[in-house]
Design a protein around this ligand. Structure first.
Ligand SMILES: [Zn+2]
Ligand SMILES: [Zn+2]
Length: 347
């Protein structure tokens, strides 16, 4: 069945590229405070890697890229990638990868490398989660805040919703990064963030990146500050793509060829900017391709603690197998309109 499905969905001809975010020691310790679909425990990651390693050969993104460029088959090859550049990847995933001899890649948000600042989406999530608790008792406070910010059109979508992840999704989807910053700033006045959790989300340092780079880890760009590029326009787009690549090349002293779209969001316009910024390979999170630039729209399978687990939370080989064969992609809905125009400045 697995093989037949794989053939039907065309996944067998493609390399299997896995995407992860944070790697923590215990999932439950962090699950209530952070974006769950970005977490995997070290033990669960090891189960994923062992399962994949039994069926595929792990390759570096450079090797995969070379084969794809030459039009050679990448069938049976797998690659492991981590987005956003959390220091817990160095602490929890890197030793595991080294022990097993598995090459991997890390896509970093260059402006926050070496800082103590958690990525913006993590801070926004914590702020929204805290604000929603308060707004439940006082929904008028939310309406007042958004009206004062000139974002009254978001009132309904925010006040009707009880789930921090989907409210954050609405904000990021419908606002430019600059507007989202303004919302976060206003929420800061209402909510106090957990210092412990923010510390747990601190980014990698340049020293960590250099050490990983010396040990089979490819470093790629994930922009300067992680905006959803489909919402941004010309100069901002260019700066996020070019300056992040330049910073990585300067600090790591190597050509940077790989890029991952924040939240997997791409449009044909964004792909054009990625190309002109000099990247050779770019990675998405859905199975659509830009036929003009297939190597700048390489699909990845994004996984987390629960994506290959049974109802008790234990690793399930059969669910993993369905993911690897692309079975779920047949039904998975892509959340991006790839022909989307950027938000207008006045929106
Ligand atoms: Zn990201
Ligand atoms: Zn898509």
């Amino acid at each position: 069945m697995g093989q037949l499905v794989g053939v039907l969905t065309g996944m067998r001809a493609q390399p299997l590229i896995l995407g992860y975010h944070r790697v923590v020691e215990h999932f439950d310790t962090h699950a209530d405070l952070t974006i769950r679909p970005m977490l995997i425990s070290r033990a669960m990651l090891e189960k994923h890697l062992d399962w994949i390693g039994g069926r595929y050969r792990f390759a570096s993104l450079d090797e995969l890229g070379r084969r794809l460029e030459e039009g050679a088959s990448a069938e049976g090859l797998a690659a492991v990638t981590f987005d956003d550049g959390y220091s817990d990847v160095y602490e929890n995933a890197f030793p595991l990868l080294q022990r097993k001899g598995i090459p991997a890649a890390v896509f970093v948000v260059t402006d926050i490398v070496g800082s103590r600042v958690a990525p913006f989406h993590d801070r926004l999530y914590l702020l929204v989660a805290g604000a929603l608790k308060r707004w439940r008792a006082n929904p008028e406070a939310a309406e007042k805040l958004f009206s004062e910010l000139g974002l009254a059109h978001l009132n309904g979508a925010v006040t009707r919703n009880d789930d921090p992840l989907s409210v954050m999704g609405v904000l990021l989807d419908r606002l430019s990064q600059e507007q989202a910053f303004t919302v976060a700033e206003a929420l800061c006045g209402e909510v106090e963030l957990s210092g412990d959790e923010l510390r747990a989300m601190r980014p990698l340092t340049w020293e960590m990146l250099r050490e990983m780079q010396r040990s089979d880890i490819t470093i790629g760009s994930h922009t300067r500050s992680h905006p959803l590029l489909t919402n941004e326009t010309g100069r901002k787009l260019d700066d996020e793509l070019k300056a992040s690549r330049a910073a990585l090349e300067r600090e790591l002293n190597t050509p940077i060829r790989h890029f991952a779209y924040p939240d997997g969001r791409w449009s044909t316009l964004v792909v054009d900017s990625v190309k002109s910024a000099g990247y050779r390979f770019a990675y998405t999170t859905c199975s659509h391709r830009d036929p003009r630039h297939p190597l700048l729209t390489i699909p990845r399978l994004v996984l987390w603690e629960r994506s290959c687990a049974d109802s008790a939370g234990r690793f399930s080989a059969s669910v993993m197998s369905c993911h690897a064969d692309g079975l779920f992609r047949l039904v998975a809905r892509c959340k991006t309109n790839h022909r989307r125009r950027p938000l207008s400045r006045a929106a």
